[in-house]
Design a protein around this ligand. Structure first.
Ligand code: ZN
Ligand code: ZN
Length: 419
């Protein structure tokens, strides 16, 4: 592996800690979880590297994890975002063709009046229940369904005769107690057309059929007997329309791999033509196996120029409003993950896809810290990796979309503009 900038091809490992950024917490002297955590290895990287703040989409825009990852991986989300469902389906290893419409979905529990009792069906789905619906055909549209983790599913609609559209509303009520919503056509750029109406109609028919088939399924009889909520309906949301996009290899010239647990991130990576490195024991929670992630990343570096490693748990704890949990998770990431991979590639980059402040339990537009360490970077005076120290770093303030061009130049895959 060459470490001379501009000569040969230097490898990069990019670590994205989901929702890592935060706001000052008043009960803790105004510190963020990242400031309060014990992070000797992250700080070592900051000391040796060039630091800055990153507006992942642009200032004031609150990123979703999907659009944020597109931007950081070099794809303008306003141009390339296909809708969430596409990533869920790709992440679940489902096959997509141009024009297919994909959804995120949940097994849920409803009563006979279609009132949502538990929108996660006790956080339990099953392959067998999914199989009972897989391959249904409605008005010339084939519907495929895969149970991913717990109650979560991905649904793909495929048709050679019907022009399907992603511009349809969610069926999911997003809260308990509500009545399952009717899917309605939304306006796309050309207004509400036939494709939207047709897709909405098929979604409604599918949801109705899912209840009819699942409610009387023997597995749900068994669940009722055990006092568990039946998984008796599929609720869809986040429609996306599949299109092929030029791969990272085609656009930047280097091979890329992804190490992630959750299907969304694997889906984004697949969409961009990255190879997915399998990794066991990832949960997205406090008990996630960081050791396996480190191993997988080290393994991936042998065969790929660029390795993207994702850690979800920091975001989950932000959503839970759990300061201690987020702080402890960051300390664990430092000790169990960063310590092991910090010198594995010519360049290491640490950042986040957005902030998820524990004080507001949602994503926010607060910019995230970013650091690049490796040969040739203009080392600055920052000596701690956190939201406040990064302000005085040499990278200044960049946008997510700027990161990949910066890295590809360090890696030796630059393209000169002009002569
Ligand atoms: Zn995120
Ligand atoms: Zn989140």
């Amino acid at each position: 592996m060459s470490t001379k900038p501009g000569y040969g091809k230097n490898k990069v490992i990019l670590v994205i800690c989901d929702g890592l950024g935060d706001r000052p917490s008043l009960p803790l002297d105004g510190k963020t979880p990242l400031q309060a955590a014990e992070t000797p290895y992250l700080d070592e990287i900051s000391k040796a590297g060039i630091n800055g703040l990153m507006d992942v989409i642009s200032p004031g825009i609150v990123p979703g994890s999907d659009t944020a990852h597109l931007a950081i991986l070099g794809y303008d989300p306003y141009k390339y975002y296909p809708g969430r469902g596409v990533f869920e389906a790709l992440g679940a290893d489902m096959v997509l063709h141009k024009g297919d419409v994909a959804f995120r979905a949940n097994f849920a529990t409803v009563d006979e009046k279609m009132r949502v009792i538990d929108r996660r069906a006790g956080r339990k789905g099953s392959k067998e229940l999914a199989e009972a619906l897989n391959g249904l055909e409605i008005d010339g549209v084939k519907i495929y369904l895969e149970n991913t983790t717990e109650h979560r599913c991905a649904v793909v609609m495929e048709s050679k005769t019907v022009n399907l559209s992603k511009y349809v509303s969610d069926v999911d009520t997003h809260e308990e107690g509500g009545i399952v919503k009717k899917c309605v056509p939304l306006k796309d750029k050309e207004g509400e057309g036939e494709g939207e109406k047709k897709t909405a109609k098929i979604v409604n028919e599918f949801v109705r059929l899912s209840y009819e088939i699942l409610n009387r399924h023997s597995e749900n009889e068994e669940r009722r007997r055990k006092g568990e909520p039946p998984a008796n309906i599929i609720l869809l949301r986040g429609a996306g329309s599949y299109v092929e996009v030029p791969s990272i290899k085609a656009r930047f010239g280097f091979s890329a791999a992804c190490v992630a647990g959750a299907s969304l991130y694997k889906g984004v990576a697949k969409y961009l033509g990255m190879d997915i490195i399998p990794v066991e024991g990832t949960t997205g929670r406090a008990d996630t196996n960081l050791n396996n992630k480190a191993e997988a990343a080290l393994h991936a570096l042998k065969t790929h120029d660029f390795v993207f490693l994702h850690v979800k748990a920091t975001d989950s704890m932000g959503h839970d409003g759990d300061f201690e949990g987020k702080k402890n998770m960051i300390s664990r990431i430092d000790k169990e993950l960063i310590a092991r991979i910090k010198d594995a590639a010519a360049y290491i980059v640490i950042t986040a896809d957005h902030s998820t402040p524990v004080s507001i339990k949602r994503h926010s537009s607060d910019p995230v810290p970013v650091v690049i360490k490796g040969a040739g970077v203009r080392k600055d005076r920052v000596n701690k990796f956190d939201e406040f120290s990064a302000v005085s770093g040499g990278l200044g303030r960049i946008r997510g979309i700027d990161l990949m061009p910066i890295l590809s130049d360090f890696m030796g895959y630059y393209k000169m503009y002009g002569t």
